[in-house]
Design a protein around this ligand. Structure first.
Ligand SMILES: Cc1ncc(COP(=O)(O)O)c(C=O)c1O
Ligand SMILES: N[C@@H](CCCC[NH3+])C(=O)O
Length: 446
């Protein structure tokens, strides 16, 4: 496993994150446990802030909160000077609970409900990223009722196929998101929005996918969108002053993943936008990017306790942990690959090979195939790295497993930022119809 962020191994041979011994964290907070490395998260935020806003003042970085959201995470993002991308009433509610500056909130989503729209208008959020013409009408009419104006970006499907897993590609024509650029649908939508009295068109948005390594895909997206901005201005006479190029910057998960630096990404994107603006003789729009995974992904580690071991000699050794697809659905969903080490034996030679199984009743609940490990035994702590993005946020209660706690570690301090769910949490929304209630006085019809 590649040691990233503040990870080290101490004299006991234990994995240490944020100055905290992970074996002690497991003992204190229980497992499965998400451990978030605060310093690493902040370093990533700073790398984004300095590479974009610091170097190009007319740009903004907004954190895509779908990757990982908790109130404390909003606080970190606010302190680091980034904006926030939310995609549901629930994410917005979390941001409001954190008292996140609402002017820095962007509201995404391909099917925002009237209630969500009302909530966002009430909060005076910065921008709505409008996905379709149905939403334009809805937003316009609700804004009218509330006597408000909504600042919008319109999401465009630019027709770019980024090289990533097909489930997380979003820029291609055949996508549920956005208005299609190539067939005139987008231009029609833009003209429609310009005619709606309660919408103020600020800019355009596109997002080509997630876990992208090739910077040419971003360069291509920037070129296509700048050309389109020029076309929109020529056809409508309206200046487009903001261009949101989405997120998707890839990270290291396992051997073979080679992400570029955030600085190189920023330089390529910003220089492409500036070059195109010169070429088309238009003003350079404000550029917005919305990274999620590359802020938190590598900063998260999940700790599990090893339980049963099933050895099929000559075939495979299955080592089961006390979590699995309920806390990390990515291997089952996207065949995602992870690295791991035995946290209490981090300095021992790896002379065995095992496959890490989750505890859900699904054969597909396998976290890692063919992992080199020292001799493992029940009670060992397994640390799976790079689980900071789309793990806690995509966790489920499948098999009625309780969602793990999240602990924020920094300089030897460990603070719980999400408490572990309890069995009581699992049943708290269940309602028992009167007729099923036990100890009820039975009235038997004669
Ligand atoms: C519209 C939008 N913006 C930003 C992101 C964040 O992507 P990532 O976490 O890959 O940076 C996503 C998710 O892919 C998205 O759908
Ligand atoms: N949830 C996905 C990425 C999609 C992000 C949202 N558009 C993942 O785990 O990789």
């Amino acid at each position: 496993m590649k040691l990233q962020g503040t990870m080290t191994v101490n004299e006991k041979g234990h994995l240490v994150i944020g100055g905290c011994d992970t074996v002690e964290l497991a003992r204190e907070f229980g497992t499965p446990l998400y451990v978030m490395d605060e310093e690493f998260i902040r370093q990533n935020c700073k790398a984004y802030y300095e590479s974009f806003t610091g170097a190009y003042p007319n740009s903004e970085v907004i954190y895509a909160s779908k990757a990982f959201l908790a109130i404390a995470m909003c606080n970190i993002i606010e302190e680091e000077g980034l904006g926030l991308d939310v995609v549901s009433g629930g994410e917005l509610y979390t941001a409001l609970k954190a008292k996140f500056p609402t002017g820095r909130i962007y509201f995404h989503g391909n099917n925002k409900s009237p209630e969500e729209i009302r909530m966002a208008l009430e909060a005076n959020i910065g921008r709505f990223v409008v996905d379709n013409t149905y939403e334009m009408d809805l937003l316009n009419s609700i804004a009218g009722e509330m006597n408000k104006k909504a600042n919008i970006l319109i999401r465009i499907t630019p027709g770019i196929e980024a090289h990533t897993h097909e489930y997380i590609q979003t820029g291609q024509i055949d996508s549920k998101f956005g208005l299609v650029l190539s067939n005139g649908q987008a231009m029609e939508g833009i003209k429609k929005a310009l005619g709606l009295e309660n919408l103020i068109l600020k800019g355009l948005h596109c997002h080509i996918g997630s876990q992208i390594f090739e910077l040419q895909s971003y360069q291509h997206a920037a070129e296509v969108m700048m050309e389109y901005i020029q076309k929109v201005t020529a056809e409508t006479g309206v200046e487009i002053t903001e261009l949101n190029l989405g997120g998707g910057f890839g990270i290291y998960y396992s051997a073979g993943d080679r992400p570029a630096s955030i600085k190189t990404y920023a330089t390529i994107v910003m220089e492409t936008v500036q070059r195109k603006a010169r070429e088309f003789n238009i003003n350079v729009p404000k550029v917005i990017v919305e990274p999620g995974r590359s802020i938190v992904g590598a900063a998260g580690t999940t700790l599990y306790t090893i339980g049963s071991v099933k050895d099929i000699p000559g075939v495979r050794k299955y080592v089961a942990v006390d979590g699995g697809m309920a806390d990390n659905p990515r291997p089952a969903l996207y065949q995602a690959r992870y690295e791991a080490l035995v946290a209490n034996k981090a300095d021992q030679p790896k002379n065995d090979e095992v496959s890490i199984a989750g505890k859900c009743c699904e054969s597909g609940d396998m976290l890692i195939w063919d992992l080199a490990v020292p001799e493992v035994e029940p009670g060992d702590i397994l640390a799976v790295s790079c689980t900071g993005a789309y793990n806690y946020s995509m966790a489920s209660n499948y098999n009625r497993l309780t969602k793990p706690a999240v602990v924020l570690v920094n300089r030897g301090n460990a603070e719980l930022i999400v408490r572990r769910e309890t069995y009581e949490d699992l049943v708290q929304n269940d309602i028992v119809p009167e007729r099923f209630k036990k100890n009820k006085k039975l009235t038997i019809a004669k």
